[in-house]
Ligand binder design. Structure first.
Ligand code: COA
Length: 263
């Protein structure tokens, strides 16, 4: 599929994906949702993809849902609204479950669904000037499609404060609540992303995918209730080719075959 609102730059096993609607600060509408969902679905099918760097063109990562798109939905039936919103929810699910490591690169702002996009990344790097917020209630709407992912990241207490007030908050607060992982000076954003890419490329791709899938299966559950799931996960991985490669490489002081340098 040819993309109008996404720019893709593939370098070996790393893909740089950039939202490209800078005139509206990379706000997403139904067309961006179709493209992002198609791209994420392709990412699911691509075992050679190991790292995604997800960013936004221009001065801002993403201003979230396109207000003009949301406003025009008043002209549609409830069923049409549900269908349209379900497509949005499926986009967030598709990105959230990409088996590769997804690194968010956030400059300027991530507001509303933009903060939701940050929440479906595995690692988020930002600059001190960036602002965040679940601003939807200020616009008379609510952070619905993004809520499962955001609550998984920031917890119920911060969600109750920030969803209900719609208050904007800074990068330091975003890090405190777990929405971002590193806050670095703007001129070190790319170098920091590259460091994470390098780190990510030293991890076994099949182990990464299995670990990522395991987290939501065990999160919030009693340890005794997930013994079968966790035992099954390690039982399968340690005897797999990459499990054996990694363990033997450690024991013989060698290097596992999956390690790659960023291109
Ligand atoms: N939906 C539609 N258009 C948007 C938008 C959104 N979510 N966010 C910004 N835009 C548009 C603006 O209307 C403006 O259009 P114009 O040039 O025709 O006037 C253009 O993008 C630039 O926005 P502007 O506010 O001038 O840019 P800025 O760099 O000064 O500020 C933001 C950037 C992101 C801080 C600011 O645009 C903002 O607060 N946007 C709203 C974010 C939000 O609350 N999102 C939740 C939506 S549910």
């Amino acid at each position: 599929m040819a993309f109008q609102f996404l720019t893709l730059d593939r370098r070996g096993s790393v893909e740089y994906v950039t939202l490209n609607r800078p005139d509206v600060r990379n706000a997403f509408n139904e067309h961006v949702i179709v493209e992002l969902t198609a791209w994420a679905s392709a990412a699911h099918q691509d075992p050679s993809l190991r790292v995604v760097v997800f960013g936004g063109a221009g001065k801002v990562f993403s201003a979230g849902a396109d207000a003009a798109w949301m406003a025009k939905m008043a002209g549609y039936s409830h069923d049409d609204n549900v269908r349209d919103a379900t497509a949005g929810a499926r986009m967030f699910l598709a990105i959230n479950t990409i088996p590769a490591i997804v690194i968010g690169r956030i400059q300027g702002a991530a507001l509303g669904g933009g903060s939701g996009l940050a929440a479906v990344c595995d690692i988020v790097v930002t600059e001190p000037q960036a602002i965040f917020g679940f601003t939807e209630t200020k616009l008379g709407i609510l952070p619905a499609m993004i809520s499962p992912y955001v609550i998984q990241k920031i917890g119920v207490s911060a969600a109750r404060e920030l969803f209900l007030t719609g208050a904007r908050f800074d990068a330091v607060r975003a890090k405190e609540i777990g929405l971002v992982h590193a806050v670095v000076p703007a001129d070190q954003l790319d170098a920091t992303v590259t460091r994470y890419v390098k780190e990510a490329l030293t991890a076994s791709p099949t182990a990464v995918a299995r670990a990522k899938a395991l987290i939501p299966k065990v999160a919030g559950r009693a340890p005794e209730d997930v013994i079968a799931i966790t035992a099954d996960a390690i039982a399968a991985q340690r005897v797999s080719p990459e499990g054996q490669d990694g363990l033997q490489a450690f024991l013989t002081k060698g290097k596992p075959g999956w390690i790659k340098e960023p291109q």
